[in-house]
Design a protein around this ligand. Structure first.
Ligand code: B12
Length: 288
């Protein structure tokens, strides 16, 4: 349990807006899972709260993820409830640049447990926050090292959020999320993977700088119905186009549909029947 954030019954009662005795009752009824310590105390993981919200919380009721320790927490919690994305973008950018992972994560968890759809959190908060970092860097308001700390904090908070997302156990298909060999940007692809998991896909995520020399291995092993290709930075257009075509050949063999996204896609030649769609929002990742 060390290093894993957990809550006690008092904190959970505050988050869910009920009495401690109600929390106790729900754990006894099996509605809310918990871990019992050797001393008989209940400890709750974020995933336990996520499951409870998914299974029992009514749409209109309010979740308060901030432990409410000070005026500032109250303010953020209020902005979450009001869906005040412009405010939250400023807040996330400021906290990310200070590497305050816990604070960025609180916002994401608060929105998610407050039943904001994941794609909306990504389109309306995370994408604009990352674009803001890019803009600040472009305007020389940030050094590259500052930008690295900021974007890495956001990336880590997304990975932690993944820990509380309730993924369906019944799978509807298999999808590979792939970066090409010169691509370092993988945050958007990670978000695509999260949404696909939520939709019920078994996702295989390749990570940064994926050498596609043996890409047929991945097709043979995973037999994906879909492949999501991310292309933000094109260093060598000819090489990137050749990699795309090699992947498409495998799509032909394995009957796989390709979905693409990223700022570099517009540079590529995309006239192939296996290309199902170019996607530029997370809402569309959810939809198609
Ligand atoms: C974070 C970041 C980095 C991080 C990446 C960390 C990581 N693990 O991903 C670091 C610091 C490592 C980095 C490195 C570099 N970066 Co950079 N980076 C960014 C930044 C600030 C955010 C990128 C991001 O995650 N955006 C959030 C996503 C969600 O937004 P999006 O990319 O616009 O994507 C949207 C859609 O296209 C779609 N989408 C995107 N990908 C996918 C994939 C799929 C499958 C689907 C369906 C949809 C989809 O979803 C989004 C919804 O709107 C951008 C600024 C910006 N404007 O985006 C620059 C930016 C992308 N980087 C840029 C550059 C130039 C670089 C470097 C070359 C810098 C350098 N000289 O070293 C290197 C690239 C190295 C490499 N070989 O890849 C340029 C790219 C310009 C271009 N495309 O021609 C940008 C735009 C900055 C700028 N204004 O110049 N970068």
């Amino acid at each position: 349990m060390e290093g894993i954030r957990h809550f006690n019954s008092i904190e959970v009662a505050r988050i869910l807006g009920v009495n401690v005795s109600t929390v106790k009752r729900w754990t006894e009824e099996g509605k809310l899972e918990c871990i019992k310590t050797a001393g008989g105390h209940r400890k709750f993981l974020m995933a336990h709260l996520g499951d409870y919200v998914k299974n029992y919380k009514k749409k209109h009721t309010i979740i308060n993820l901030f432990p409410m320790e000070d005026e500032n927490d109250l303010q953020i919690s209020y902005r979450i409830l009001k869906h005040d994305y412009p405010f939250l973008i400023d807040y996330v950018v400021t906290q990310a640049l200070e590497s305050r992972l816990e604070k960025v994560q609180q916002v994401l968890n608060g929105l998610y447990l407050g039943q904001h759809p994941l794609h909306k959190i990504y389109d309306r908060l995370i994408t604009p926050a990352l674009h803001r970092l890019g803009q600040m860097w472009h305007n020389d308001e940030l050094s590259i090292i500052e930008e690295h700390f900021g974007s890495q904090t956001i990336r880590d908070s997304l990975i932690r959020l993944q820990g509380i997302i309730s993924i369906p156990s019944e799978k509807i298909g298999r999808a590979i999320c792939l970066n090409l060999s010169t691509e370092l940007h993988d945050i958007a692809l990670k978000m695509v993977a999260n949404i696909l998991e939520l939709r019920g896909y078994q996702v295989y995520f390749s990570g940064q700088f994926t050498d596609i020399f043996k890409i047929e291995y991945a097709f043979e092993k995973f037999r994906p119905e879909r492949i999501y290709l991310s292309c933000t930075w094109v260093e060598d257009l000819e090489k990137t186009q050749a990699e795309l075509e090699k992947i498409l050949k495998n799509c032909d063999i394995y009957n796989t549909s390709m979905y693409l996204g990223g700022q570099g896609v517009r540079l590529l030649k995309l006239d192939h029947p296996r290309i199902a769609r170019v996607i530029d929002s997370f809402e569309d990742v959810q939809r198609y």
